[in-house]
Design a protein. Structure first.
Length: 138
């Protein structure tokens, strides 16, 4: 798996995700415990927090949904954060990995590597031999 070092804009993305979590943290009623931030190729950033309910939705889903709703279609980097996680970084769950692979197959994800160091990796490396959506055209 190829890893990429974080640059200043990546640390700023982590900080934005932590800030949205801090503003919305609730480990009781709504359980907003994860903050997410996605940076588009044009530099725009969209934020989200997870929403727990019957099916729930991860912070990554909420952030990318906000970006898509605003008309964005080209994505660069995404991160999920939690105050108690190592380096405040969370790896995406399996559902998020599949969603990211479908919507933005070239996106990089900020997470901790096996040694606990913050790095960026390509989503396709997190989901090898994954399902690929079949697009049927007339």
């Amino acid at each position: 798996m190829r890893t990429y070092e974080l640059d200043q804009s990546d640390f700023e993305l982590i900080e934005m995700a932590m800030n949205v979590l801090e503003k919305n943290f609730d480990d009781g009623v709504y359980n907003h415990t994860v903050g997410g931030a996605i940076r588009c190729k044009n530099g725009n950033v969209y934020l989200g927090v997870n929403c727990y309910e019957i099916h729930g939705s991860c912070a990554e889903y909420i952030a990318i949904g906000a970006a898509i709703t605003a008309g964005e279609r080209e994505f660069e980097t995404i991160v999920a954060t939690h105050d108690k996680a190592h380096n405040h970084l969370l790896a995406p769950c399996g559902n998020c990995r599949q969603m990211l692979l479908n919507y933005c197959p070239d996106i990089k994800i900020i997470l901790n590597d096996e040694a606990g160091n913050p790095v960026k990796v390509e989503v396709k490396d997190l989901l090898p031999l994954s399902y690929k959506r079949i697009i049927v055209s007339d």
